[in-house]
Design a protein around this ligand. Structure first.
Ligand code: CP
Length: 306
């Protein structure tokens, strides 16, 4: 299986070779289906926060490898509702499966869960912190659609403060050559800890408050939703909720590269117009689909089968 960690908690745990190794394994999963690889294994899906793509693509990935899925279901129907601690809940659930994927609004839950579960734990998103499996499928999509991960100019737009997908992906991209452009209003700027890490790694980045000037330079534009659920202050959310909208007219006015790829972890609300969907720029539905081979590779790696 190589030297990969069995838990998938943070993208920080993977160096450049480790990232590329998972992407290679995902490519093999896509090219050569392994319908019996995880026969007899059970994935526990514990989502204490809403999810469509991550929850379902984990389940689909497991089923396509011959394994089964135990879904924790609606937390309101569990004994969490009776006051059982999250730690006890994780311990109990882990006893019923062989590997678990956990999503929770609190930062650090996946790392804590990995210390007490006794089985491999995969972080399916912890608060505003990390979403490493999304990052693997983002990297997979960039490599597949742009042909490389080095030498690209990649823009991030929207909620750079709370978006765990941005934090994880920017950290991963710091292992590659290229430059990053962060586009957001002041209130949604990328957190200092992330910028400090990029400084430490010598990653080339710039910050902008408007997309117009920078769009023509970009190879990839990574859009994010303004996440209402992360704001403690409702008024703060109201002030920034419509701070930008990527639509066909804007791309035409700015004169973006014909090869520009527009990504989005989804779900989208109003920040990404549906008039982009039919353009050659849109790769976000393909991106979501890439969650299958990537999560197949991560599940098989976590269980020591590849
Ligand atoms: N990209 C993503 O994490 O989507 P879900 O919240 O639907 O899982």
């Amino acid at each position: 299986m190589g030297d990969q960690p069995k838990n998938v908690i943070s993208i920080r745990d993977f160096d450049r070779d480790g990232l590329l190794d998972i992407l290679d394994k995902a490519r093999m999963m896509e090219e050569q289906p392994r319908p019996e690889l995880l026969r007899g294994y059970l994935l526990g899906n514990m989502f204490i926060e809403p999810s469509t793509r991550t929850r379902l693509s984990f389940a689909s990935a497991m089923a396509r490898l011959g394994g089964d899925v135990l879904d924790f279901g609606d937390p309101a129907r569990s004994s969490l509702k009776k006051g059982e601690s999250l730690a006890d809940t994780i311990r109990i659930f882990a006893g019923y499966c062989d590997v678990m994927a956990i999503r929770h609004p609190w930062e650090g839950v996946a790392r804590h869960g990995a210390q007490i579960a006794g089985i491999p734990v995969i972080n399916a998103g912890d608060g505003s912190n990390q979403h490493p499996t999304q990052t693997f499928l983002d990297l997979y999509t960039i490599k597949k659609t742009c042909g490389r991960l080095d030498g690209l100019e990649i823009g991030f737009i929207g909620d750079l403060r709370y978006s765990r997908t941005v934090h994880s992906l920017a950290e991963a991209l710091s292992r590659f050559d290229g430059s990053l452009c962060f586009i957001s209003p002041e209130a949604l700027k990328a957190p200092d800890y992330l910028l400090d890490e990029l400084d430490e790694k010598g990653t080339d980045y710039e910050q902008f408050d408007r997309p117009d000037d920078v769009l023509p330079r970009l190879d990839v534009l990574y859009c994010t939703r303004i996440q209402e659920e992360r704001f403690a202050d409702r008024l703060e959310y109201e002030e920034v909720k419509n701070c930008y909208r990527i639509q066909k007219e804007l791309l035409e006015v700015c004169g973006v590269k014909k090869t520009l790829k527009i990504m989005h972890p989804l779900p989208r609300v109003d920040e990404l117009s549906t008039d982009i969907d039919a353009t050659g720029h849109a790769v976000y539905f393909e991106q979501a689909k890439n969650g299958i081979p990537v999560r197949q590779a991560l599940l098989a790696m976590a269980l020591g089968k590849i």
